[in-house]
Design a protein around this ligand. Structure first.
Ligand code: 5MM
Length: 332
């Protein structure tokens, strides 16, 4: 088995998910400011140190995604983040895109950038100890969007990124996010998500990407945040798995993003999804749904490590239990 295949299998190993702590400097700074903390490089470092050193976190977390800044920082004991993450029993990963930028010719849509010089950067991250990488494409739903052009451009970039990752020995997390923003129905989200997946899979195949060395990070199929009716976990699970059925059977696994769902809803939906049988493991790669309570508790307690870590451990335990729903039901 290739290294990428082995790493990908470990990333989606039973009962474990991936922690997305890769907020860009801009996003992390604004989240710190919102909870009353000055957004310095050291505050961002201290916050990530609190997350990584959470006791027992590796039981429910297989890997942590960082941004470039964090990968170049050290914990207070001097260890680089990649080393500390491995020593805690998890794989370190890194976000390698440079963000979603306006897509020329398609007003209101974006293209995720970062392909220039990517191979050299990936080699550098691998030398720093990274095991996997992440690239996020962003698609927005309106009556007319996303356009086929934006879907195709983003799918193409994702595939070039994924092929470059595998050449560098890093597992690509392929994240095509269809945003929850808007008042669209669940059915419309399903239709758009299916179109996006079809385009991404076609481009991955065209670039010869080994699917058994890829972790897909999709949105769940949910209604728009402004839609008046909230779908039940069973409805979300059925619609989500229905869309995923078109994915190739040799894909290493699927790790959902939370997309702005509140933490309890993301966990309930994840648990309901597990009741469906699929050829690939289905787990979580949440950002906000895992870390928001921890950031709030850490800030409200005057940066108490214990308070932040207790809040994170709660969310990790709940989501780890969610992915083990069938096993837990069988033993109940
Ligand atoms: C943690 O946020 C990630 C990076 O965001 P920016 O580059 O925009 O700052 C983001 O890619 C994240 O990994 C995914 O969107 C999933 O996060 P959620 O919160 O949706 O689970």
């Amino acid at each position: 088995m290739s290294n990428c295949r082995r790493t990908a299998a470990e990333m989606v190993s039973p009962g474990r998910g991936i922690l997305a702590a890769d907020e860009s400097i801009k996003t992390m700074s604004s989240r710190l400011e919102k909870v009353g903390i000055a957004p310095t490089a050291d505050a961002r470092r201290a916050y990530r140190e609190m997350l990584v050193t959470t006791p027992g976190i590796a039981e429910g977390i297989s890997g942590i995604i960082f941004c470039d800044e964090t990968l170049n920082q050290q914990l207070s004991d001097g260890r680089p983040f990649a080393q500390a993450t491995r020593e805690a029993g998890m794989l370190p990963g890194v976000k390698v895109d440079t963000g979603a930028k306006p897509l020329a010719g398609r007003p209101g849509e974006t293209i995720t950038e970062g392909l220039d010089g990517l191979s050299a950067r990936l080699a550098g991250y691998a030398a720093q100890g990274a095991a996997f990488a992440k690239w996020r494409a962003v698609l927005r739903i309106t009556d007319d969007l996303p356009s086929t052009t934006a879907i195709r451009a983003n799918a193409h970039a994702l595939a070039r990124y994924a092929a470059a990752c595998q050449e560098a020995g890093l597992v690509p997390i392929v994240e095509p996010e269809v945003l929850m923003d808007g008042d669209h129905t669940l059915r419309r989200c399903a239709e758009v998500t299916a179109r996006v997946h079809a385009a991404v899979m076609a481009e991955l195949a065209a670039f010869g990407v080994d699917m058994a060395g890829v972790v897909l990070k999709p949105n769940m199929v949910v209604e728009g945040a402004d839609h008046p009716h909230r779908a039940t976990p069973e409805e979300v699970a059925e619609a989500t798995v229905d869309v995923l059925r078109a994915l190739p059977g040799d894909l290493a696994g699927v790790a959902f993003l939370s997309g702005g769902q509140d933490p309890a809803r993301a966990t309930a939906n994840l648990a309901a999804i597990q009741l469906h049988h699929t050829p690939w493991p289905l787990t979580f790669s949440f950002g906000r749904a895992l870390v928001d309570p921890a950031l709030t508790a850490w800030a409200a307690s005057g940066r108490s490590t214990v308070a932040g870590q207790e809040a994170l451990a709660d969310r990790v335990a709940a989501n780890s239990a969610a992915v083990r729903t069938r096993e837990l039901q069988a033993t109940a």
